[in-house]
Design a protein around this ligand. Structure first.
Ligand SMILES: [Zn+2]
Length: 214
């Protein structure tokens, strides 16, 4: 079974997720750690639980989701997993940091590309990769069928959806992603978004003010 630990990191208050199982395997999704104390917090949790990070994954590459990529890659010697089309967004991250007036060193190591339908294996546990563009050109969501949860990045939030005014964003595309890829999951699926508190597919289908089930 996959356990989920979330951290709220960086000035943009992004949710970093650690998924881990009884065997100690661990996936780090969207490490947003920016401050030294945030990097320490992440490392301390991993060491306390005696976890072995096996994957560094980005749902998408907006600055707030990639602040800690280099730290995680260097600390645990991991390549970055992302959708190939997100590379352009990652390349823009230093410029974005400059605009925010934040210091940033981008990840520049090996990249492993993920695609719709890929399975990420962590021992006995599996995450299915869903391609859910619209907030960014190739946002990915990660679905764990066995444990009934979804890591939704900035695609679907509790009572909201990702903004579509950034480069590569598009409302119709986002709406289609949510309706065809996310709202088709079981109602009881727990949703862990990139910002704010968690929700469920069933709740958002009925109550989300931006995209509702027809
Ligand atoms: Zn974003």
């Amino acid at each position: 079974m996959l356990s989920i630990k979330s951290f709220e990191f960086n000035p943009i208050q992004e949710n970093t997720y650690l998924l881990f199982n009884e065997q100690g395997g661990c996936a780090i999704i969207d490490p947003g750690c920016y401050y030294e104390n945030e990097r320490k917090q992440l490392k301390a949790f991993i060491e306390d639980k005696k976890l072995t990070p096996r994957y560094l994954i980005n749902t998408h590459c907006h600055l707030d989701h990639v602040f800690g990529n280099k730290f995680v890659a260097d600390t645990w010697n991991l390549p970055l997993h992302l959708h190939e089309t997100e590379k352009q967004v990652l390349n823009f991250a230093p410029k974005s940091a400059e605009m925010y007036g934040l210091s940033f060193e981008n990840y520049s190591g090996a990249m492993n590309y993920l695609n719709e339908g890929d399975i990420i294996k962590l021992g006995e546990d599996e995450l299915t990769v869903l391609l859910t563009p619209g907030h960014s050109p190739a946002s990915l969501s990660f679905y764990c069928e066995k444990d009934g949860f979804l890591i939704s990045g900035d695609v679907l939030f509790s009572g909201s959806i990702g903004r579509t005014d950034l480069p590569g964003g598009d409302f119709a595309t986002l709406e289609n992603s949510i309706k065809t890829k996310l709202y088709t999951l079981p109602d009881e699926t727990k949703v862990y978004p990139g910002h704010g508190r968690g929700t469920s597919i069933g709740f958002e289908k009925k109550n989300n003010p931006f995209v509702r089930e027809e």
